[in-house]
Design a protein around this ligand. Structure first.
Ligand code: UDP
Ligand code: MG
Length: 329
């Protein structure tokens, strides 16, 4: 029989886990397939890991990895993916915002032959500022990258084992999984769903984490900001050149300019404004360069993506991950 692996990143999710165990097990019983659930405890400070161990004792299909610290959602999912053995792998949030009952529809598409089936949010119940920012971000990213990035699709998706193998082999550190999944290609399909409210507990994605994710998405999948720096530089130098021509003409034909009310003045404010403006533009460009250089630095350090503290029901070393140092507890 074919197997489905379900990867669940969990960070301080003790409030929601009992409900997750129940609802996901009930949904999985209807899939007509063997299944394993890999919960990745992303360095939680609450009882998350204890609950995961208890769940493994109660049902050996549930297993868990525990990180030595909080490495972030995308890294937790990457760790789960690298341990998943299923023919299809489902990525789902722990807080039940992605209803486990919808997995049936993802599986149906997979059986039709699609290798990547992602869920697109028809309706979001997140706070308004988050919804507006997410809406804007997906559209900006879609414009800036040559890849056909899906809009309003989160990490809730199903991946065929062929795609998982490709994703596992990608060595990069900043893992914007939605982008990597698009980059892989294969036959992709989308299924619309209503994103529910968090079943219990508090959101673990702070504004800072969401912003970092957005920056990872942007800078990992687009070189456009670099070009933007060049364009900005060109425009500003263009204006500066015109300004210089104008000032020169003003000096030479000062009488004529005075007649139309454009007599030259000492121009102190002009100097201050242009210095500030140029300084600002230079800082923006430096910042953009810094984003890429910082990422290159992260890559060359070549540290493991995550460090395991504990594991339950699963080997700490992923089967075929070249970076399997990451798996040593
Ligand atoms: N999460 C994680 N590490 C983090 C933050 C979040 O593993 O540093 C997990 C969290 O437990 C949940 C999922 O990522 O399963 C989505 O987080 P959350 O619900 O807080 O984000 P939101 O749904 O608000 O975007
Ligand atoms: Mg959530």
């Amino acid at each position: 029989m074919q197997t489905v692996s379900v990867v669940v990143p969990c960070f301080n999710e003790q409030a929601v886990l009992p409900e997750l165990f129940k609802r996901l097990s009930a949904a999985a019983a209807t899939w007509g397939m063997d299944y394993e659930v890999i919960c990745v405890d992303d360095g939680s400070q609450d009882e998350t890991w204890k609950l995961l161990k208890q769940q493994h004792a109660a049902d050996s299909r549930w297993c868990g990895l525990s990180f030595a610290r909080n490495f972030g959602h995308q890294t937790a999912v990457s760790a789960g993916l690298s341990h998943a053995k299923g023919d299809a792998v489902v990525i789902i949030d722990a807080d039940l915002q992605d209803p486990p009952e919808e997995v049936t529809r993802l599986l149906a598409k997979w059986r039709e032959g699609f290798e990547v089936v992602f869920a697109t949010r028809k309706r979001r119940l997140d706070p308004l500022p988050k919804r507006v920012l997410a809406w804007g971000f997906y559209r900006v990213l879609a414009k800036l990258t040559p890849l056909p990035m899906a809009r309003d699709a989160g990490d809730f998706c199903l991946l065929d084992k062929k795609v998982v193998a490709v994703m596992k082999a990608l060595p990069e550190r900043s893992r914007y999984l939605r982008g990597l999944r698009t980059w892989c290609g294969f036959r992709q399909a989308s299924v619309e769903y209503d994103r529910a409210e968090r079943a219990a507990g508090k959101p673990q994605y702070t504004f800072r984490k969401s912003f970092k994710l957005a920056m990872d998405g942007l800078f990992s999948f687009s070189a456009m900001p670099l070009r933007l720096a060049t364009y900005l530089g060109l425009w500003v130098s263009g204006f500066a050149f015109l300004g210089a021509v104008f000032t020169f003409a003003q000096k030479v034909f000062s009488a004529e300019f005075a007649k139309i009310g454009l007599a030259p003045d000492p121009g102190f404010p002009t100097i201050v404004i242009s210095i500030l403006f140029l300084g600002g533009v230079q800082l923006i460009c430096l910042g953009i360069l810094g984003e890429y250089i910082g990422r290159i630095y992260e890559e060359v350090k070549d540290r493991p993506l995550w460090i395991l503290r504990d594991n339950t029901g699963i080997s700490p070393n992923p089967p075929s991950n070249p970076k399997s140092v990451a798996g040593k507890p």
